[in-house]
Design a protein. Structure first.
Length: 233
């Protein structure tokens, strides 16, 4: 009888220890899992916060580059208009508005280059945050937007370089080079320039190098990307 009670008591204590062990073990495992899950959640949250911050830099850079492209487009439009104005009035420049003549006469001679920045994009790439953008379409859109900026840079730079070449042809003509030193009125200056092949070709070529409308689709691409960044959560 005594042995039977001893066995029952031993059985109860043994089962209790195993039960406590199982409970404690489960609690430890759950604690570890929750810790890992919590750490992963915190890490992901911090990563997405960094992504958001860097995307805001990208957005700001895209807006700056967009304004630069728009300036380039408007600059080309003004130079084309100047060339057309001078050609249209070549036979009566002395009778046109002096203000208009003063404004348009210098534009064909001027060379104005523009610069673009990609610092924010490089920061996102170098910090390995680019692959962390959850919306893969946004990542592709950003790449396409910067490709559009590159295209705009090429278009505008080629335009200015070709115009610069035409101006250099003017400078190579000794008579024209001497003419620029005489400080003539604009109507007299262009009356003479339009009688030369170099002067006439400069005005004819400017509207045919690139059309300002070529920049419109590039601006649209950038606008769409900026909007996508604003909507990114």
């Amino acid at each position: 009888m005594k042995t039977m009670w001893q066995k029952k008591i031993k059985f109860l204590f043994t089962n209790r220890r195993w039960g406590d062990f199982a409970c404690n073990f489960t609690a430890v495992i759950l604690g570890i899992m929750l810790t890992f899950m919590g750490n992963a959640w915190i890490k992901e949250r911090n990563t997405q916060r960094d992504v958001q911050n860097t995307l805001q830099l990208v957005k700001s850079e895209l807006q700056t580059n967009r304004n630069t492209i728009l300036y380039g487009k408007q600059r080309i439009e003004a130079e084309i208009h100047a060339s057309q104005f001078l050609l249209k009035n070549k036979d009566h420049l002395s009778s046109v508005s002096k203000d208009s003549l003063n404004y348009y006469s210098n534009l064909p001679f001027q060379t104005s280059f523009i610069t673009f920045t990609t610092d924010a994009l490089e920061l996102m790439k170098n910090s390995l945050l680019f692959p962390q953008i959850k919306d893969k379409k946004l990542g592709l859109s950003i790449i396409q937007a910067y490709a559009s900026i590159k295209v705009a840079d090429i278009l505008y730079t080629n335009y200015q370089n070709l115009k610069k070449e035409k101006n250099e042809q003017l400078d190579k003509n000794p008579k024209i080079a001497q003419l620029f030193t005489q400080k003539l009125s604009y109507d007299l200056l262009w009356n003479y320039l339009l009688t030369t092949n170099e002067g006439y070709n400069l005005l004819v070529q400017i509207p045919n190098i690139v059309t300002p409308e070529a920049f419109d689709s590039l601006l649209d691409e950038i606008d769409a990307t900026i909007q996508s960044i604003e909507e990114y959560k």
